[in-house]
Design a protein around this ligand. Structure first.
Ligand SMILES: Cc1cc2nc3c(=O)[nH]c(=O)nc-3n(C[C@H](O)[C@H](O)[C@H](O)COP(=O)(O)OP(=O)(O)OC[C@H]3O[C@@H](n4cnc5c(N)ncnc54)[C@H](O)[C@@H]3O)c2cc1C
Length: 515
């Protein structure tokens, strides 16, 4: 089937469901977990509808650090099972599901004056244990090189802004970096659609029950009862709003974006220890498009607070800059920050006053009254395993005819080896659209200016705006700017590109903007 998501397809599928068509599985939530469940179920022969109250990936899946983790942090805390799952899933994601979207990222653990010899030895052993796990998990040889000790001079070549005073070299290790988290979610959603799933963004579930859900078209199309034999609540930190038995206490992780030129255009990431917190780091990760991503904070949200779009506070910005500055020769200031964003981690209230951190290990919770399954926690990296667990739970129910899970070997649309180049197709398109890049470029159709940045100084090409609307289901201006193209990560880019969007695909502007 066709993977393309369009406004016309959405209307057709909504009409079908509103007329009473029943599906096997209703998935609520279009983040990485929800689209993963939709793909798993559809590829096992079940009929599927997915509803998402905003755009695809309009929640936490848009605000991640964009790493395909090997689980090193969990290994350091003795969570071998979680680390193993991350390493295995990273290998599947990077080698088979979406190789075009995941590249090897070199990471420095700089041996700064404040890092003790014992601390350096412990970090080195952890990194080497991660290497062993990576090989055992089946990551293709050569995709992620081994950890090695490098000199201060080499460390500065990788990360030129590093302060050389007292620098004793660095440990150089490798992890996976995503081109972009929204691009992965959209690719998986379209792959699910190609397997027959009805993917319906801008449709809010207002109530879940045994036979489906009450849903409302957020773009003005009215409300109806959607009939489904099995319901999966994959609404992330919002899960408790639909499943009253699930209580989450989110904590906030904040990021900043800095122009790469302010850090000497680094080729590697750097991890800077947070003073007084062994094993906690602030990182600076070089990204494409001349940006460096700085993170991460961990601040509990006040009880009862659950914003749709969490904000980074000035205090959090100060903490990130101050910690990073300890490793830099020239200090960064708030004036260097070109964008900032935060995401919410779920902490599951265990009911006895304590919390369980399901941001590491996921949980599938069944409501005995309604039969609704709620899936929370995990990682972008481990979404596939979470989805398999949920659909396995459905498959065990009486009368469900699902074939075995096949997503370990199911490429997403666009999948092709990293680094593939096609003559005449801009490298940016190959990086973001993989095997579909020639088709994206072909949208220029005799208008070569559409293969240039929409505005000088902004990385996005004109054809990307059209592709977002014509093939990837963008329905509003925000879906194009904040979702598919990520222009919204840098507010100045977003503002500069808006007139181009108005010119190229005016139809999305009238439909309202979901935050
Ligand atoms: C700061 C931070 C950094 C992270 N970095 C990484 C990383 O680098 N690598 C990694 O592997 N993992 C990372 N993670 C974890 C990862 O981002 C999350 O585990 C993952 O994105 C959660 O996805 P989800 O689909 O469960 O939730 P979400 O992405 O939040 O999806 C839930 C969706 O449900 C929708 N929804 C809510 N209510 C309704 C309703 N009533 N009706 C319909 N739809 C509804 C929301 O709009 C939302 O789109 C990070 C997490 C945080 C917080």
């Amino acid at each position: 089937m066709n993977p393309d998501l369009t406004a016309a397809r959405r209307t057709r599928e909504l009409d079908l469901l509103a007329a009473g068509h029943e599906v096997d599985v209703l998935v609520v939530g279009g983040g990485i977990t929800g689209v993963g469940v939709a793909l798993d179920a559809a590829s096992r022969g079940l009929s599927v509808a997915l509803v998402e109250r905003g755009d695809l990936a309009s929640g936490t899946s848009r605000w991640s650090s964009k790493l395909a983790h090997g689980g090193l942090r969990y290994l350091a805390r003795g969570n071998v099972g979680v680390a193993w799952e991350s390493a295995t899933e990273r290998a599947i994601l990077a080698d088979r599901t979406a190789p075009h979207l995941i590249r090897a990222l070199p990471m420095l653990f700089a041996l700064l004056p404040g890092v003790s010899a014992t601390g350096a030895r412990l970090t080195a052993s952890g990194l080497r244990a991660g290497d062993v796990m990576r090989r055992a998990a089946g990551t293709r040889p050569g995709r992620l090189p081994r950890t090695r000790h490098i000199s201060a001079a080499e460390a500065q070549r990788w990360f030129p802004a590093l302060d050389p005073t007292g620098l004793r070299g660095a440990l150089l290790s490798w992890d996976g970096q995503l081109e972009d988290d929204v691009r992965l979610v959209v690719a998986l959603a379209r792959t699910a659609a190609a397997h027959g799933a009805l993917v319906l963004p801008h449709v809010r579930a207002e109530q879940l029950h045994a036979g489906g859900a009450e849903v409302r078209d957020a773009l003005g199309g009215g409300a109806f009862s959607l009939r489904a034999r099995h319901v999966v609540n994959a609404t992330g930190v919002w899960a408790g709003t639909l499943a009253p038995g699930v209580t989450l206490r989110p904590s906030k992780g904040s990021h900043l974006l800095i122009g790469a030129d302010r850090l000497g255009d680094p080729a590697a990431a750097i991890n800077v220890p947070v003073p007084g917190h062994f094993g906690r780091f602030v990182f600076a990760l070089p990204r494409p498009d001349g940006l460096v991503l700085v993170g991460l904070t961990d601040e509990p949200l006040p009880p009862g607070e659950l914003p749709d779009v969490p904000e980074v506070t000035d205090d959090e910005e100060r903490f990130l800059l101050t910690t990073l500055n300890q490793a830099l020769e020239t200090h960064l200031t708030p004036a260097d920050v070109v964008g900032r964003f935060a995401g919410l981690r779920p902490l599951l209230d265990a009911g006895d006053g304590s919390t369980a951190d399901v941001s590491r290990r996921h949980a599938v919770l069944g409501d005995p009254m309604s039969g609704v399954l709620t899936v929370v926690g995990g990682k972008l990296t481990t979404y596939r395993r979470m989805a398999q667990d949920v659909v396995d739970a459905i498959a065990r129910r009486p009368g469900v005819a699902a074939t075995p899970c096949r997503t370990t070997n199911l490429p997403a649309v666009g999948a092709q080896p990293q680094g593939t180049r096609v003559a005449g197709v801009p490298a940016r398109l190959t990086r973001r659209y993989g095997a579909e890049a020639p088709a994206v470029a072909a949208l220029a159709d005799g208008r070569p200016e559409l293969l240039s940045p929409v505005v000088p100084g902004v990385p996005v090409l004109g054809v990307e705006l059209r592709w977002a609307v014509e093939r990837e289901g963008a329905l509003t201006a925000s879906d194009v700017l904040d979702g598919r193209t990520r222009l919204g990560l840098v507010p100045a880019w977003r503002a500069a590109a808006l007139p181009a969007l108005e010119r190229l695909v005016p139809e999305v502007l009238g439909r309202g903007v979901h935050a």
